[in-house]
Design a protein around this ligand. Structure first.
Ligand code: TXA
Ligand code: MG
Length: 349
């Protein structure tokens, strides 16, 4: 297969009315435009144009069996791409616009390129003002995975998008850093009872409270690889090997592992909580994300931290869980850290 590479550089569009209009025209013409959402930057294409959607996979180097989420300007458009159930409307009412994606039966108008051949489609209504303006101006459902090269951490700034995709896509709308910083929560409403496919910006507890039921979890770490399409256990990886330390004694084990690596003559980077900085030797390159108690703060800074340590060309990256891995956004943080990790050390061992 020959792959066509655009020679031109990717245009950076300001997130003003003119930039949004230009981006909308590109989408209508079947071109690729990256845009900010409240979670991460998405790589958008006209969702009902199969050739445009194929370009997403080519630009990202993404395997064709990984389905893409369709973005809508408002919940009222759901019928254009999916067959919503009463539960879908209930969740849409509470959480849209916002960082929740719903997996629903697809309408035949949605090309199989979007859904990776599945009869279901992932849909969400983002709350970011620029995303919303773009969706309205284009008048289109927009298919958009995260705007990174396949396997790299999701982009939370326009610069991250350029670092991965410059020259491979038509344009990026620069709306500044994203706020949530981790991808949307994905709930599958096509199984017997609602299933959490990916923890994310909306907590599982909030969804359970809205529905008054227990949410089943399809975790690739519990159920083996490929519990859901595209849910590969290794994902979001830095180029530098990352060791994650979990469990109750993680803080002291982190200090121990850092000392061991420094003794071996390695350059060490740590994705660090503020409360750990004082225990880390000066030789360590730190990317501070926040505090244990403030999971939202760490979520918004995690992917930039990972990318910054890659740029610092350290030999190894070490981290411990950044918040309670069992609750709220801490669950999404724990999930992304485990996917990024090349090795997980449980401090209870
Ligand atoms: O926050 C987000 O969700 C961001 C922004 C851009 O909206 N998008 C995002 O897309 O994270 P992506 O492609 O990186 O992750 C989408 C994942 C897929 O890998 C797959 O696991 C799941 O969503 N997905 C999409 N459609 C699905 C379907 N029909 N059935 C099951 N899983 C699906
Ligand atoms: Mg992604």
């Amino acid at each position: 297969m020959t792959r066509r590479r655009p020679e031109r550089k990717t245009r950076v569009l300001a997130a003003d009315a003119a930039g949004v209009e230009a981006a909308a025209a590109l989408l209508q013409a079947g071109r690729l435009v990256a845009f900010p959402t409240e979670t991460v930057y998405g790589l958008g294409a006209h969702a009902l144009d199969a050739a445009a959607v194929e370009r997403i996979f080519e630009a990202k180097g993404r395997p064709a069996d990984d389905p893409v989420i369709v973005h809508l300007a408002e919940a009222a458009e759901l019928d254009r791409v999916a067959k919503p159930s009463p539960t879908a409307w209930q969740l849409a009412d509470v959480f849209w616009p916002g960082p929740l994606s719903l997996v629903l039966p697809r309408r035949p108008e949605v090309p199989l390129q979007v859904t990776a051949g599945l009869e279901t489609v992932g849909v969400r209504v983002p709350s970011h003002a620029v995303a919303n303006a773009l969706l309205r101006a284009s008048g289109l459902p927009v298919a958009a995975p995260s705007a990174n090269l396949f396997g790299r951490p999701s982009p939370t700034t326009a610069q991250h998008v350029l670092d991965d995709l410059n020259g491979r896509i038509e344009a990026v709308l620069d709306g500044g850093p994203t706020t949530v910083g981790l991808e949307s929560t994905i709930v599958d409403l096509t199984s017997f009872s609602p299933r959490l496919l990916r923890p994310g910006g909306v907590s599982a507890e909030a969804i359970e409270a809205a529905l008054g039921i227990h949410l089943h979890t399809a975790s690739p770490f519990r159920d083996g690889p490929q519990a859901a399409p595209g849910m590969l256990p290794v994902h979001y990886s830095p180029r530098t090997p990352l060791t994650l330390i979990t469990g109750r004694a993680a803080r002291s084990r982190l200090a121990h592992e850092v000392a061991l690596e420094l003794d071996r003559g390695r350059r060490v980077g740590v994705i660090a909580l503020a409360e750990d900085l004082s225990m880390l030797p000066d030789a360590v390159v730190t990317a501070e994300v926040g505090t244990w108690e403030n999971a939202a703060g760490s979520a918004s800074r995690l992917f930039e931290a990972v990318r910054s340590l890659d740029r610092a060309s350290v030999d190894v990256i070490l981290a411990r869980d950044l918040a309670d891995p069992e609750t709220g956004l801490g669950r999404a943080l724990a999930d992304r850290l485990r996917r990024a990790a090349h090795r997980v050390l449980d401090s209870r061992d």
